[in-house]
Every structure is written in structure tokens, then in C-alpha cells.
Design a protein around this ligand. Structure first.
Ligand SMILES: NC(=O)c1ccc[n+]([C@@H]2O[C@H](COP(=O)([O-])OP(=O)(O)OC[C@H]3O[C@@H](n4cnc5c(N)ncnc54)[C@H](OP(=O)(O)O)[C@@H]3O)[C@@H](O)[C@H]2O)c1
Length: 385
């Protein structure tokens, strides 16, 4: 029998790639639970292929539909909604992969860590909004938090458990998104189609828009702070259009260590699932002689104001990061629905942050309250324009 693994968000971009990696590893893993939200047809296919004991869908209508699709071919348990996700996160398994998008991932992350499980975390929002609570849970309950983000997987490999004493700084790389070379005065005209065309990665819609504004990199600064216990001042960002170097670590002696690999999320997923082993899963390799050259440039704050907003929220602390994430979720949704312009994501986000009085983020309730306040504030500001 393989190691038992739960995949939350199995119908999404990361979830589908996780199942691909698991299949490539033969009988090393046994999928015990799968959760999707609205993609019922795909979840039914995944269920028949991976034969988990339990599945979860967004609500009762989806549960009826999937039960119908699976009738006579599978006989496990069907759960629904946020309680269903929690039950799956806490079900018997060694590894919980959290590939949900948004703040919906927070409670399942905490449930897995409180049971001392290994949490393979793609849902960066969990760490952004409740980094302190999750870090404390790792320390208290003895679980393990392994990053699925490529940059943090890169840092994890460069740091390799070394003490922080000799560390000067870490550097996360960003492709710069589709608007890296656009004249600044054209940015307000950026269309949804143009914003969704990421130059190097194929991802879900929210993270693709967050990559175009660079807020995604801001979230990654938060993630790095909590995953590796860093001072925010020690975390830098460089633009690197090829997305081959994912992260670098600079030591006090001036040495830089970098992690390089092909632009394929299945590589950090593979490491999170199999660490400390490094089995081959037949994934793409990276031939630098074919790539030829690697470019790096500093971040222009006029092009990417969201990165500074994210840093500001991290330094303010408390509920400010939850407000940053909640407001951005609402503003990105407004942009995806054509209700605001691309550049308004940053300007309206700044207004929401200006209007927020940060309080302590000492409980999940406080975090979720700030998240709800931010969504409401962003919706109102977006409607006013
Ligand atoms: N994509 C990447 O390359 C990448 C890289 C690094 C980190 N990440 C992070 O990984 C996470 C997932 O990203 P993604 O690109 O895979 O997103 P995605 O393609 O949009 O997939 C999101 C998944 O979450 C499910 N879901 C959405 N809302 C839900 C809710 N309220 N309750 C339960 N399930 C819900 C979706 O279900 P349905 O589809 O069934 O509705 C889907 O399975 C995000 O935190 C993202 O920042 C992604």
C-alpha cells in the first residue's frame, strides 16, 4: 500500500497536476480523498480513476449530480461545502495537498496541521492571511509544511535546513507577467484577454491576474516570511523573464545559491510529495545550453505598485494581510467580470488598505472577519469607481 494522500482542489490547475504526478509514481501513493467545487464531471472522472474513499463537492446540487454520475460504479462517501472540506482535511492520511484557491483553503490547512499531518501547500492564501496561526500549529502539533509554490520550493532546496545565522537575504524571481515591456501609459487599457496571457506559466485565472499585477509575488513575500521565519527586509524580488531560476539565497560571505528547473509546476509538487527523496517521474528537464541566456532586472514600482502594497500589509501585520487578500479576491473577480480596469486593481486595493484599521490576527474568526470586511469594502469602492 502506498502513502495515503488527500487532494483538496483536485479539479484545479495544481490539483490536476498533482494527480498526474501521483500516477507517474505508480503505487507509491494511494489517493484516499478528492475535493472539487463546481467541476462535477471532472471530479467524477478523477474518482473513477483514483478510487478514493471520500469526495467533496461545493453544495447539495453538485452532490446529487455526482452521485448520479457515479451510481453503480463507486460507493464511497460524498461530502459537501466547507464542513466537507474540513472532514477530508482531517481524514486518515499522511499527506494533505491543499490546492484550493482563496481564503476557502485556510480552515482545511489548519485542520491538517492540528493533526500533525504533512501539509503540501499550494494555497498560499492560507499563509498570507494566517501565517502566524499556521506557523504556531506546525510548532505545537509537530506536522510539516512543505511548499508547492515554485519559488518557495526553490528556497526550501537552497536553504536545505541551514541555520539562518549566515543568511543575508533571499530573492524570489518573477516573470514580470504579460505587461513587463508595455509603455506605462498603455496599462489602463490592458484587456482581460491580454492580462490572462501569462508568458511562462499556465495557471488558474486569479493567480494569472495576480501575476500580471505582481501582487502574487507580494503574497509570496508573505509566504517566505512565514515558511522560513525571515525578516521581511531580507526578502527581495527580481524580475527574471525566463522563469528558470525560481529563487536565490545570498549568504553573508557573498555567495549566491540558486535553484533552477524547467517551468513546470509538477516539479515542486513532486518534491513536496516525495521529500526527502528525489525519484524520477519522467518530467521535463532543463537544458541551459538550449535556453542560452538568463536575464534579471529590478522591479519598477511604478509598473507594479501592488508589490509595495503587499509589503506594507506585511509590515503592518495583524489583520492587514487578510484585508490585502480579501480585497484582491474581490477586485480580481470584478476585473474578470469586466467591471473595473486592470490598473484599478492596484488603486482600489490601496484605498481599501487605507481605510482598514488593523487589529490582532490571533484567531481564525478575527482573520475571517477582516476578510469579509475587505470583500465588502472592495465591492463598495469598485461600484463607486
Ligand atoms: N496554478 C499554478 O501554477 C500555481 C502556482 C503556485 C501556486 N498556486 C496556488 O495554488 C492554489 C490553486 O491555484 P490553481 O491555479 O490551481 O487554481 P484553480 O485552477 O482556479 O483551481 C482551484 C481549485 O479550488 C476549487 N475551489 C475553488 N473555490 C472553492 C471553494 N469555495 N470550495 C472548495 N473548492 C473550491 C476549484 O474547484 P472547481 O474547479 O471544481 O470549481 C479547483 O479545484 C492557489 O492558491 C494558487 O495561488 C498555483
Amino acid at each position: 500500500m502506498g502513502r495515503k494522500v488527500v487532494v483538496l482542489g483536485s479539479t484545479g490547475t495544481i490539483g490536476r497536476q498533482t494527480l498526474d504526478v501521483i500516477e507517474r509514481l505508480g503505487d507509491r501513493f494511494e489517493v484516499t480523498a478528492l475535493a472539487g467545487n463546481r467541476s462535477v464531471e471532472l471530479l467524477a472522472e478523477q474518482t473513477l480513476r483514483h478510487r478514493p474513499d471520500r469526495i467533496c463537492v461545493g453544495g447539495p446540487a453538485a452532490a446529487v449530480e455526482i452521485a448520479e454520475r457515479l451510481r453503480g460504479r463507486w460507493s464511497g462517501t460524498i461530502a459537501t461545502g466547507s464542513q466537507g472540506l474540513l472532514d477530508l482535511a482531517a481524514s486518515e492520511a499522511e499527506i494533505v495537498v491543499n490546492a484550493l484557491v482563496g481564503a476557502a483553503g485556510l480552515r482545511p490547512s489548519l485542520a491538517a496541521l492540528r493533526l500533525g499531518r504533512t501539509l503540501a501547500l499550494a494555497n498560499k492564501e492560507s499563509l498570507v492571511v494566517a501565517g502566524e496561526i499556521l506557523s504556531e500549529a506546525v510548532g505545537r502539533f509537530g506536522g510539516r509544511l512543505l511548499p508547492i509554490d515554485s519559488e518557495h520550493s526553490g528556497l526550501f532546496q537552497c536553504l536545505d535546513g541551514r541555520p539562518a545565522a549566515g543568511l543575508r537575504r533571499v530573492i524570489l524571481t518573477a516573470s514580470g507577467g504579460p505587461f513587463r515591456t508595455w509603455p506605462l501609459d498603455r496599462l489602463p487599457e490592458a484587456s482581460l484577454e491580454e492580462a490572462l496571457k501569462h508568458p511562462t506559466w499556465n495557471m488558474g485565472p486569479r493567480i494569472t491576474i495576480d501575476s500580471a499585477t505582481l501582487l502574487n509575488k507580494g503574497f509570496e513575500v508573505h509566504e517566505a516570511r512565514w515558511l522560513f521565519g525571515l525578516d521581511p527586509k531580507q526578502i527581495d524580488v527580481w524580475i527574471h523573464p525566463q522563469s528558470i531560476v525560481h529563487a536565490l539565497v545570498e549568504y553573508a560571505d557573498g555567495s549566491l545559491l540558486a535553484q533552477l528547473s524547467a517551468t513546470d509546476m509538477r516539479l515542486p509538487i513532486l518534491l513536496a510529495l516525495t521529500y526527502p527523496d528525489r525519484p524520477s517521474a519522467g518530467l521535463p528537464r532543463c537544458d541551459l545550453t538550449e535556453i542560452g541566456s538568463l536575464d534579471f532586472e529590478p522591479v519598477d514600482p511604478r509598473r507594479y505598485p501592488c508589490l509595495d502594497l503587499a509589503r506594507r500589509a506585511l509590515v503592518t501585520g495583524g489583520t492587514a494581510p487578510a484585508v490585502l487578500n480579501g480585497a484582491d479576491e474581490a477586485l480580481v473577480a470584478a476585473f474578470l467580470e469586466g467591471r473595473i480596469r486592470f490598473t484599478e486593481i492596484a488603486s482600489l486595493l490601496e484605498r481599501v488598505l487605507d481605510n482598514h484599521r488593523a487589529g490582532p490576527a490571533d484567531s481564525i474568526e478575527a482573520v475571517l472577519e477582516a476578510d469579509a470586511w475587505a470583500r465588502e469594502a472592495a465591492a463598495q469602492i469598485a461600484a463607486l469607481g
